[in-house]
Ligand binder design. Structure first.
Ligand SMILES: [Zn+2]
Length: 98
């Protein structure tokens, strides 16, 4: 049978099409509202999460497969502080307190 359910959702890193097969995946914890979806309904663009597939080896250095560090950095820069739960007026790194 090919009606296996997987978890999908958009993480903070952007629009990577990655599905998760392990409900306790550490990467899945970064997803706000993961959805169960049939694996069969996903297109070829989707690939299995490195953690879930077992490809990710923490003993190896370097970024995980499919992760673009610069893209992730840009994503953080483009994120509105309020989305991170921070006050735009709070704790300014430049010391510009009101
Ligand atoms: Zn995963």
């Amino acid at each position: 049978m090919s009606d296996e359910l997987v978890q999908v959702g958009l993480s903070g890193s952007g629009d990577a099409k990655v599905y998760h097969t392990e409900s306790d995946c550490s990467a899945l914890k970064n997803i706000d509202n993961p959805q169960d979806i049939s694996l069969e309904s996903l297109t070829n663009e989707w690939r299995e999460c490195g953690y879930c597939s077992g490809d990710h080896d923490p003993t190896k250095s370097g970024p995980a497969k499919g992760v673009n560090p610069s893209k992730t950095k840009n994503g953080l820069l483009e994120t509105d502080p309020e989305e991170l739960g921070l006050s735009p007026l709070g704790e300014r790194p430049d010391g510009g307190t009101a």
